[in-house]
Structures are given as C-alpha cells and as structure tokens.
Write a protein that binds this ligand. Sequence first.
Ligand code: ATP
Length: 391
Amino acid sequence: MATVEFDNVTKVFDDSANTIVAVEELDLEIQDGEFIVFVGPSGCGKSTTLRMAAGLETITDGQLRIGGQVVNNVSPKDRDIAMVFQSYALYPHKTVRGNMAYGLELSTDLTEAEINSRVEEAAEMMGIEDLLDKKPASLSGGQQQRVATGRAIVREPEVFLFDEPLSNLDAKLRKHMRTELSRIHSELDITTIYVTHDQEEAMTMSDRIVILNDGRLQQVGEPKEVYYQPANLFVADFIGSPSMNFLDVELEGNRLTNDRSFDFEVTDEFVDTLRSVSDGSEFTFGVRPENVRVDEDVSDSRAVKTTVEVVEVIGSDNFIYLDLDGKEFRVRSPSYVEPEEGEEVTITFDDEAIHLFDAKTSEALVHGTVTHESMEMPNPAKGEQERAVSD
Ligand code: ATP
C-alpha cells in the first residue's frame, strides 16, 4: 500500500498539428488505502492522469510520487502497480490460470507452487475457481472482467489502477461488479485509482471523487460533499441525476427574480449569508430536482408558477418536467404527486436546498444558508490547502 501524490503535474501532447494540454497543474494527495475515483466528461484528462500513474505516459511537468518516491522516470514494471483496462487485455491463447500467473512468472522469483497458491486465492476471492482451465474466448464479459481483476490482485501491488473496467458490461452486471470491487477493496485495503465517466459509479464506490474538466481539477471531496457542496456550476451540473436545475437570477431586496415567472422570497438570514461573500447582484440559482415541491395550488410569496410538460413514472418516484419561462425544470417527486400534463402548478423549495453561484465566475457562493467558503472540507487537495494558507 502507498500514497500517490500528484504535485503540479501537467501533461501536454504535442504533435506537429496540435498542442493539447490534457492535464494541467494537477495537485492531489491520495492517501494510503484510499479508493479514489476520477470522473469527468470525455476528453477531460482522466485516462491520461491514470496512464501517468501507471508509467504509460510521460509527465511533461511536475512530480508524481508513489509511496514517497518520485516515479516520473520509473518504468511501469518497476512501479509496483497493477492496472485493469476496459478491454481486459487477456491473452487469448492462455487459460485463466495462465493469464493470472503470467505477470508473476515474468516479474517475480516465486516458485510455481507459490504462484499457484496466489492464483487460487485470488480466483476464490473473485468467484472464478471453476474457470481456471478455460480460455478467455469461452467466458462472458463479466467473467473476463473478474479474471482481469484477479490477475491484478495476484500481483499484490502497492496501487491498483482501473480504467473504466465496467463499461463493457450490461447495467445489472455493472452494478453487481461495483459492489464486488468495493468488497475486494475493503478486504485488501490497497490504494486504488479508478477512472469512469459514470458519476453514479463514482458516487457509489469512492472514498473521494476527483472531478476533472478540460484537464483541470474542479473539486475533490467525499461523495456527499461534492453532491451537497459543489464547488462550481460544472460540478453541480455533472454530479446528480437528473441534474440540478439552474436559472439566471438577480437579488432585489429579499427576492431572487428573473423578472419573469421566477420571483422567490428568501429570508433575511439568507441575504446576510450571501452578502458576507458577494456584493454582486447577478447569480445562478440552483436547486436539485428532489428538493422541489410541486403543488397544484399554492398562493404564497414563495410559490413559482409553472406548467407541467411531461410526467415520467419510474415506480418509486415520478420525474416531472416543467416549463419555466421556456426552460426545462426537473422535479423528482414521490409517486403520489402526479399532476396532469399541461396542468398549471406551483413549485416551492426551502432555503436550505438552494445553491447560488457567481454568474461571472461560476464559483459556488452559498449552499442553503451556509457559504461555500465556510464549509468543512475534509482532506482537501494539497493545492487547496496551500491556497487556503496563502489567500
Ligand atoms: P475518455 O473518457 O473519452 O477516455 P478522458 O477523460 O479519459 O476521455 P483523455 O483520454 O485523458 O480523456 O484525453 C485528454 C485529452 O488529451 C483529449 O483532448 C485527448 O484528445 C488528448 N489525448 C489523449 N491521448 C493523446 C495522444 N496520445 N495524443 C494526442 N492527444 C491525446
């Protein structure tokens, strides 16, 4: 087990036609035994970051340390890492046993008996003992995924690296394998870096989530933290499904308004909290779908009139899509709230559920009745700690 530290790490791809900054000045300390998930849209730099940790990409600038040792120029085989790829990368002509044993045969001086014992132990852990004599072609996608993970486990590495390992599986198996991988991690307690574009996977598996966009770190935090205290509009939009609703608003006295249908009175306490961090007047208002209440007839000062466009019944809940000044507004309601399509309804929310972002910088200002600045940020990335001290 080991810490993994990205210290101002930058990766630039420079070919004759283009210069692409894939990862820019990444500062991040991954703790010993931590399960970290990198998430972000396609092209945000998550695979490049993982490949730098694996030694499969060179580092343009900055320092990468594993277990306190600088590894910028250490080859992959000398890094004590094991990587599981999306494609599984199994040798088709070798049996499952052969695939799992091969890395150990190449890189260690363990005896055949010791290798066999490690392979059998890992196979038992992954529930593939019965498949040891089969070839990959005769295995299902889920079984191949287990073999690829088992092959990483037998290495007993300091760090596991997973690159979208579940994306070739169907939805049900993917959910099952998430639980399996989380179980394996708690059993082995090996530092794990896991890359996915699936925010639900990130939320359910990680100790901390690292959200990247355009090669830049947007936020690092525990799943609840990035959900309830998103650092900026990008994180607020990316994390959560259906995603957060946003509206451009102005603060006029005690009212957040867009000069059209949206006109929502907030408390003096809310205004004071906002004023402690911003003297601006233009904001982006955000509220999560599950924090919006739909009523057929509410006529108080905190009710906003809208029209129901679509109601989707998903069993436990209903997804209600509303039209608010020509913009889609999403609501997740208990199944007994079932307005008619085309019906006029009102929506309300509590101050505690409101997020306000700076309209110019997109940075979070207020979550509920607390400023973003004052929120507890457990284990902040090193860069954030340094900024907090120097600001
Ligand atoms: P995806 O989910 O699509 O795999 P990603 O977040 O993993 O995306 P990366 O593969 O890390 O993104 O790519 C980050 C950026 O670097 C992209 O703009 C990509 O086009 C570019 N890039 C990645 N590898 C290379 C390469 N070998 N040569 C040139 N550019 C590259």
